[in-house]
Design a protein around this ligand. Structure first.
Ligand code: GUN
Length: 288
């Protein structure tokens, strides 16, 4: 079998077109969704991500406030900035790019973002609502993956979804999304991590495998079954350029569907961030 490619670039373009239509409708009511981005430090990858998010936001009609801060920024200064953004009525969404420098308490900062302005869906209240099946918004990467499955007509009900990676950003919210009794979910979910015994035995049973490991080509062809759907969340910089967590060339000969890197999950994360920002702006304005 040679896999169909899940074209994240194309699906994300569809999502951005839908978001643009929404911002145009909001503009008729004099509402402009606004996203404040906060980047602490000068990690090159984070800079690229934040720039891409800002550019995409501007293109769909979302106003951007850019807050680049030096790596040495004292925690209190970041706290003051978040509080100022929380009380600024023009700001509908706040994004604090992760990871933050070592001297800053990430949990404290994520707790401080007003949950009604939490464009990433990382606030404990929003993660709790997601777990309970009543999400305001979902973290952008898991939400983007779910949209790719839905828009590729991939059956998720009853499917065994195996997630490799238990981060608060991807693995845990992905599991919370896929176990819900809802469209594009209703799956049986296994979450594997560094403590998992016999990882291959789990991945070989996956109908849908979601790799969020952070190690180049960590998932190899013998680890998956024929016909599997493979979603690759990894972005690893290697001598061969950008590669995912999955050995794409070998696994595409076994899978029924696979996402490429780049051009798979990455563009969807950005698309869903924009969608989340508009959702928050509408909610602020009392628009259903
Ligand atoms: N760092 C890695 N992924 C993300 C993301 O989706 N949002 C933010 N804010 N930081 C990240």
């Amino acid at each position: 079998m040679t896999a169909n490619i899940i074209d994240g670039k194309r699906i994300a373009a569809d999502v951005r077109a839908e978001v643009t239509r929404e911002t145009k409708t909001l503009a008729d009511r004099d509402i402009t969704p606004g996203l404040a981005t906060v980047l602490v430090g000068d990690d090159p990858a984070s800079k690229v991500y934040v720039n891409s998010k800002q550019k995409a936001a501007a293109e769909v009609g979302i106003k951007i406030w850019d807050h680049p801060l030096p790596a040495s920024t004292p925690q209190q200064e970041l706290v003051d900035l978040i509080e100022q953004l929380n009380s600024d009525d023009a700001v509908s969404g706040i994004l604090v790019q992760l990871p933050l420098p070592e001297h800053i308490d990430e949990d404290l900062i994520l707790n401080l973002v007003d949950p009604d302005k939490d464009a990433d869906g990382f606030h404990p209240r929003n993660l709790g609502r997601l777990l309970m099946g009543d999400p305001l918004i979902a973290p952008a990467t898991p939400a983007g993956i779910q949209q790719m499955l839905i828009r590729s007509n991939i059956e998720t009900t009853g499917a065994h979804v195996v997630i490799v990676g238990r981060s608060n950003i991807v693995g845990k919210p992905m599991a919370a999304l896929m176990i819900q009794k809802a469209a594009g979910a209703n799956s049986t979910v296994t979450v594997c991590h560094t403590g998992t015994r016999d990882l291959d035995a789990h991945t070989q049973r996956a109908d849908i495998l979601i790799a969020a490991i952070g190690r180049a080509k960590a998932v190899t062809a013998p680890m998956v079954k024929e016909g599997v759907v493979v979603i690759d969340v990894g972005i690893n910089r290697t001598e061969d350029g950008l590669v995912g967590d999955v050995d794409f060339d070998a696994i595409k000969e076994k899978a029924s569907w696979i996402t490429p890197v780049p051009g798979g999950v990455g563009p969807m994360t950005i698309g869903m961030l924009l969608s989340n920002t508009v959702t928050l702006a509408k909610r602020r304005a009392g628009i259903p």
